[in-house]
Design a protein. Structure first.
Length: 299
């Protein structure tokens, strides 16, 4: 009887047992740090100093009143709103080309996806730095065509563009998702439009784009969240310079947390960044009813 009752109990609750390892990891390494960072953001907590005090919203007030921090938020917004549209447009353009039935098309799809795998690594950031140095490959090509070399990384005018270009180059993941969406557009829609005399451009704008708007929305949300959390590229290539032109808020969070050990201030910055991303995501979800088409709904 005992064995039978144990089997019944296991059969009724084995789902929770299988989930237990994930739940333990989630609460220990995600949920608890999430809540503790909120508490620390309201304190003057320092990693190597005792006597943590509750100071309320002083960290947030300090951030809002310090021009260095506000400039970093501005640079972060500029970086995100430059990279996300460019990356999505470029990924959609490449996906549209790779959707044609061409020779060796699978090989080209693999080649175009490689930057997405390698792009986030430190080694690629170092390589990018060498490419855009004063004596790097890019300036060598410019000299070859008779142009004057550009101080890409030493000029506040060009440094952020170089960082954005690295992010746009990592378009592979968005491209694959766009490619899957393009393959899901019914061919009979294109055939009907062609019979009516619609050009390829008209078909793309009136059929392709509306049909893949759910995927555009998905890529927009994921790329927006990733852009606001970018760290490796700006940190390795320019370390936030020159003159703070590539100092994203993630770099300041790192500097305050692990260089000056002001964990309370760093936690406040992280929470402000979290709230900004949450608000932008909420706005995107609210706006989707005006431009995202779902086949099972009337719009």
């Amino acid at each position: 009887m005992k064995q039978t009752s144990w089997r019944k109990f296991w059969k009724a609750n084995n789902g929770y047992a299988y989930l237990s390892i994930w739940l333990i990891g989630f609460f220990a390494f995600k949920f608890y740090p999430f809540l503790s960072s909120l508490y620390y953001s309201l304190t003057n907590y320092n990693l190597f100093k005792s006597g943590t005090q509750f100071i309320g919203l002083q960290n947030y007030e300090s951030i809002l009143k310090t021009s260095k921090y506000m400039k970093a938020f501005g640079v972060t917004f500029k970086y995100a709103f430059m990279t996300v549209p460019l990356k999505l447009l470029f990924a959609l353009f490449i996906a549209y080309i790779l959707n044609f039935k061409l020779k060796f098309i699978n090989m080209f799809r693999t080649i175009y996806y490689i930057p997405s795998i390698l792009g986030g690594s430190i080694s690629i950031a170092v390589l990018w730095q060498f490419l855009f140095q004063n004596e790097g490959l890019i300036n060598m090509i410019i000299r070859l065509f008779g142009g004057d070399p550009i101080n890409w990384l030493g000029s506040s005018k060009y440094a952020l563009f170089v960082i954005c270009l690295l992010r746009v180059w990592q378009f592979g993941s968005a491209m694959v998702i766009f490619l899957a969406a393009l393959k899901g557009v019914p061919e009979d829609l294109y055939e009907a439009a062609a019979i009516d005399g619609a050009s390829k451009f008209t078909q793309f704008m009136k059929i392709t784009i509306p049909m893949i708007t759910p995927v555009v929305f998905f890529n927009l949300i994921t790329q927006l969240c990733q852009a606001f959390q970018e760290f490796n590229g700006p940190f390795v290539i320019t370390n936030g310079g020159p003159q703070g032109s590539t100092t994203l808020i993630s770099i300041l969070i790192y500097q305050n947390a692990f260089k000056t050990y002001k964990m309370g201030l760093a936690s406040a910055m992280a929470w402000m960044l979290f709230l900004i991303v949450a608000v932008l995501t909420a706005i995107s979800f609210i706006s989707q009813k005006y431009w995202v088409y779902y086949g099972d709904e009337e719009r």
